[in-house]
Design a protein around this ligand. Sequence first.
Ligand code: KE4
Length: 436
Amino acid sequence: MSMALSFARSAELQRRAERFLPGGVDSPVRAFGAVGGHPPFVESAKGAYLIDADGNRFVDMFGSWGPMLLGHAFPPAVAAIREAAGKSASFGASTASEADLAELVQRCYPSMEKMRFVSSGTEACMSAIRLARGFTGRPFVIKFEGCYHGHADALLVKAGSGVATFGIPGSAGVPAETVMHTLALPYNDLAAVEAAFDAYPEQIACVILEPVVGNAGTILPEPGYLAGLRAITRKQGALLIFDEVMVGFRLAAGGAQELFANELGGLPDLTTLGKIVGGGLPVGVFGGRAEIMDFLAPLGPVYQAGTLSGNPLAMAAGIAALSALLAGRAEIYPKLERTTAAIANGVARLAAEQGIALTTNRVGSMFTWFFTPEKVQDFATAATSDTEAFARFHRGMLERGVWLPPSQYEAAFVSAAHGDAEVELVLEAAREALKA
Ligand code: KE4
């Protein structure tokens, strides 16, 4: 039986935050709009646990939406940030740390012959699109329903994540002219991509996708899909962009490009990264073939810039995180697989025992329990989920000390700090919550 938790202090903080911040948040999904109630305010976190303002402790199952793969307050990252901070937080001038982190990224992503650091995944994807258009001289971009590539205007079309969570078609404030060159197609459907290229010959600059979708909940590429996209884009002279902001360094040290190495039919032309690469500090990266990247100012005609790009504290945190990942990859990824399988499959079994239809989509340490009996392989099937049932489950788990991502259309994440004890806590909470 769960002890009713007190959220009194969080409620006070929510009221105060709402005086200054719309919805009291700096990012919409944090507002619990899709699951009801008010979000606990986090005070601190360590390893697999979040501590809220009322002192409640939660197993963290969303890991800051991906970045905290090594667990919260990972000691080498904390030490590196502390040391860097003493040398000043930002110079706006070159530092050795940028190439240091770039070298680690390239060890994970050999396809990124050259790259540039920015301060968010949105900036990375926005810049990659501009670069693809500049390099090819073509205006159109293909994206897929349910995929989210940040909140740049041109990409806010049938996006996933918060856009799907709140069921808004795109966003107000984006003039039709801005998105007239954005084609949003169903995921896992190669015929739709062929048809788009037939309709717009020599006019499509790139295809951008999440190679494993996390922003419609978790959706896997069907066999042959990624290789099909590579073949079509190569034939059509369009660039293939893998948005690995979420899956990068999570599915493997080299993300989807490593995990699916034998079924890509060739590497993507550009890759975007974020989240884990900054160890929890603001870092995005876009990179790929040198001949494309050299189109960027100051070498080429495509402009892109940023005051805090390559920020020394963020570089230090990223270097600490990727160094630990690379040094410990032989242990870290098998542990992530074991722990996440135990949690995802364990809860699915408990649900089946209660006659609750759950479809579990999982790749390594990212997964989603869809409250639907359907196979989920695109946004349309993800949208058959019973989001009210998900909301009840989310609240039931939160009251029992497990904090799931507050949306049916977000992936859950497990860290290297989660172990057997956390598996037990999650299964115990789920047993009760599913009954309720
Ligand atoms: P950011 O600008 O939020 O750093 O990255 C945008 C982005 C780009 N590409 C992918 C595949 C992403 O998942 C994201 C951001 N993901 C969401 C969570 N699904 C961020 C959480 C939020 O918006 O608060």
